[in-house]
Design a protein around this ligand. Sequence first.
Ligand code: GFB
Length: 306
Amino acid sequence: MRLYIAGHRGLVGSALMRAAVGTGAEVLTRTRAELDLLDAAAVRKFYVETQPTHVIVAAAKVGGIKANNDFPVEFLLENLTIQNNLIAGAYDAGVRKLLFLGSSCIYPKFAPQPIREDSLLTGALEPTNEPYAIAKIAGIKLCQAYRRQYGADFISAMPTNLYGPHDNFDPLTSHVLPALIGKFHRAKQAGASSVTLWGSGTPRREFLHVDDLARACYLLLERYESPEPINVGTGEDVTIRELADLVRAAVGFEGEIAWDATQPDGTPRKLLDVSRLKELGWQPQVALPDGIAAAYQWYLDNVPAQ
Ligand code: GFB
């Protein structure tokens, strides 16, 4: 397997790099300076020159609820462009197998829980991340179209909310778990008496350590050959309040938590049905409290100016 990991420096891509060790794969990477994924001609040239047999599309414009809400143009346009370039270019260069990574936000806001893969396109999306979700749905559809029209073995996986090393900890653009690590840590350092979190704290979210996702991706490259997207999650969720208590305990912050109701809650719940993936023999290995402790340690070791 000559594997191109698009987005190898991100949260997902760096986990794919760690998990590639021992698979026997020859891994190809390019930094953003070396290859602009928004440039279709450059992507095609790269494919022709390097001839990968397999591709994982882990490159995307991503962010938490506020970033999604504030930058709808970038979340729609950049994601569509990057994935179109990577998917169409891969087919034209004769790539044997491609794995496109989406997100659990592709499912309807009020989908029955836990969310099965066949909930796709059965209802309205959550408005705060509709542009991102539409782009990801278009990616699934493009992979399905290449399979139906040309017989390409292009598959899609839908991970739940991810966290781990190389996450984005910026308080404004990050997802909730890294945001909370940063907020509680800075409050502890400053001796603050309270930390303000967003929304009501009542939404439920499922959190998967990115190393568990990476293991699933290699399994899917080997064993999954269906046009249907496949969910990747733990099958368990917590409220944002419960998450806040776990992160506060891991960081050792002893003050209060205040909730800013002017910030959006987003979808009330998005717990994935992961029976299809479990049937292939995959199980998550990182328990949430252990994963949070490890993510906090990574933050302490790697994120400057705390
Ligand atoms: O992780 P998150 O930003 O995104 O927020 P989504 C999850 C929940 O945590 C929301 C609450 O209910 C937030 O209101 N929250 C509380 C916070 N405090 C904070 C905070 O300090 N920062 C953040 N970020 N949230 C994203 C989508 O949705 O999930 C993306 O916008 C993508 O498209 C991603 O699908 C996985 O889970 O709501």
